[in-house]
Design a protein. Structure first.
Length: 177
């Protein structure tokens, strides 16, 4: 019989809301008055970005990029490119990258290197979730929501095969017979 999937809540919507509150306080403390550019990495960061920016009560700008890795499967290959870029000028701006999850760290590292060449005034990383056990390169996360074990997560913007992005909680996928 084919395995069925169900989801189990790992981080509830209440825990997520409290953590986004905390991150908003940290980001506000550092960026108020700087008109920063918040750059979300699509698609996964769209829910987190929407919740975070509504807690930031100062002028800022938002843009999104879409990155893709060559190859298939659930794991990043490390060959990453920008497929939907950046319309906002980066030079001289205070740029804060908004990521849903750091796994191997390859996507984020690639994108931060790409941005650094564009000479922003400052460049920092905010990620809702980190899976340190999976890092293949060192990644410095300036604003971090949760540290989680090595499980595949869905919900709150995160997908499996484009499904589950709309779940309000962050869940693990469980295969059951
Ligand atoms: P990295 O380059 O750090 O390995 O991967 C980053 C990207 O892989 C994330 O932005 C996300 O799109 C995807 N990813 C990594 N771990 C997970 C996970 O547990 N669940 C989902 N849905 N996507 C993940």
């Amino acid at each position: 019989m084919a395995a069925e999937q169900r989801t189990e809540v790992l981080l509830s919507r209440e825990e997520i809301a409290a953590t986004v509150d905390r991150l908003a306080v940290e980001v506000s403390r550092d960026y108020t008055g700087k008109n920063p550019l918040l750059l979300g990495i699509l698609k996964g960061s769209f829910v987190f970005m929407a919740d975070l920016v509504r807690r930031l009560d100062f002028p800022l700008e938002i843009d999104f990029v879409r990155l893709s890795s060559y190859g298939q499967g659930t794991e990043t290959t490390g060959n990453i490119r920008v497929v939907q870029g950046l319309r906002s000028p980066v030079r001289g701006r205070d740029v804060l990258v908004i990521e849903d999850i750091v796994d191997t760290g390859l996507t984020t590292t690639y994108f931060l290197d790409y941005l650094r060449k564009k000479k922003p005034a400052s460049l920092r990383l905010c990620s809702l979730v980190d899976k340190p056990a999976r890092h293949r390169v060192p990644v410095a996360i300036d604003y971090l929501g949760f540290t989680v074990p090595d499980r595949f997560l869905v919900g709150y913007g995160l997908d499996w095969d484009e499904k589950y992005r709309n779940l309000p909680d962050i869940c693990v996928l469980v295969e059951s017979e």
